[in-house]
Design a protein around this ligand. Structure first.
Ligand code: SF4
Length: 84
């Protein structure tokens, strides 16, 4: 059987169910999270951003924005003009 590149075969689309699972994992962990209003403001900026890919992924860091925006110690990685 031929070797295949996992990077090329992986599905780049992340489902709402997968995101919900990741968010639940954050809630169960000891990660410092932002309040809901800050989370919503951050996500609104991501959804209006030209660097968002597939509706879920930041092209600068490769993060799922629904997760990155939830973490208190993370910032928008857009070079020069961070959005949050
Ligand atoms: S550059 Fe910033 S605002 Fe744009 S998708 Fe990435 S994290 Fe969100």
């Amino acid at each position: 059987m031929a070797e295949t590149c996992k990077g090329c075969s992986a599905d780049v689309n992340v489902s709402a169910q997968q995101i919900a699972r990741m968010l639940k994992h954050l809630e169960d962990g000891e990660f410092e999270r932002v309040p809901d209003d800050v989370y919503r403001t951050r996500l609104d900026a991501c959804f209006a951003c030209s660097s968002l890919q597939y509706g879920t992924t930041c092209s600068h860091c490769g993060c799922i924005v629904h997760i990155r925006a939830k973490l208190a110690d993370r910032r928008c990685p857009k070079p020069g003009t961070p959005q949050w």
